[in-house]
Design a protein around this ligand. Sequence first.
Ligand code: PLP
Length: 439
Amino acid sequence: MTEPQRVHEILSRHQLADGFPMVVDLARSHGSYLHDARSGEEFLDFFTCFASWPVGYAHPGLEEPAFREELALAAANNPANSDLYTTQMAEFVEAFATRVTPAEYPHHFWVAGGALAVENALKAAFDWKAHKLGVDVVDDGNALVVMHFREAFHGRSGYTLSLTNTDPTKVELFPKFDWPRISNPKLAFAGDGSLLGDPEADEARAVAEMEEAFERHAGRVAAIIIEPLQGEGGDNHFRDEFLAALRRLADEHEALLVFDEVQTGFYGSGQPWLWQTKGTAPDLVAFGKKSQICGFYSNGRIDEVESNVFRRSSRINSTWGGNLVDMVRSRRFIEIIEAERLGENVAARGVQMVEGLRELAADRDQISNVRGVGSLVAFTLDSAGLRDQVLSDLRQRRLLALPCGEATIRFRMPLVVSEDEVRLALERVAACVPSGIGA
Ligand SMILES: Cc1ncc(COP(=O)(O)O)c(C=O)c1O
């Protein structure tokens, strides 16, 4: 066995290894606690592998012998799920499509990786729009565009690079498409949770920009894509009314409305999908992270085009069509989340975390804009420098969190998080941002 102390040194010899300083001990980590094999310390994990690990470590439901056997069989093989089917795959697809996806969305596509989930949703939209316009009109699709938003993060693959606009390091120097980018009317919350500023005016400005872009790209907008809560861009929330306006515009201009729920979906908000709490139903939804398997699902609007990507072979595909081990694990997660009502749990813990942070903010001038839903909670600090300092202090106090936006700290809690663990996290935040400083 490799000594944990040597892990970083070995990795660094062969790759960029500038991640966390700890080495996760997968056997000793448990529940909401990540065990560092290097120091023996335990970290309260409000990072959850970039919001991708839903039920905590060593969940008893993942240790059951029957599940282990099933997992081992899948792991000892690697079928090309797109074309070679298994009973394990059928069990996963049925569980996901009937218990997680709402009934109005009959079509699914599976792939490995969130960026590729978004990428393939865009391909579905381009294909749909090209057929709507007439394939001889669209110059092999080259004139089609995707409307997207400032501070969006949709991934780092071919198409998604043209949409992502958070940290310039992630996209600069790579060729990109010049697609219409719209202001994001993100919300700012006061200490009591009410809205600051004039969100309606911000939304009106964004809608005006969209109308202008629809005119400029007359008939060529295949899709409007948005994260219903922007993650990496700053944990930016939007009013339900704004998402409803996007729905109206997409319908008026014959574009598909795509929600990127790679970060927010699969019970992150407490509901299977964040959009279900927002009152607007999209056409396509990209998912990934906590669902393990990534991909997108679609409502019947895609069927307005007869030869759409779900009917015509080879339009969207990949060798493995996802990964069978992920499918087996995802199906088990669905069973665990339902049996233990983890959606309800994390919804309540999100309220507790937001309320606790708002109480803290009342007495700490450096903390503002506390916001969140379910596992997805954030607050903003006075400056990027202070944010980085607090994030590093939190790690010293063995609480893992993530940065986002300019000066924000975001938490991504496991769905199993307990009331006591949220209380502990709040104590650690309080210790890192002492009252009276910076006031
Ligand atoms: C909203 C959103 N979309 C897409 C992605 C890309 O997912 P992946 O890193 O799995 O390619 C992410 C990753 O953080 C994301 O947060």
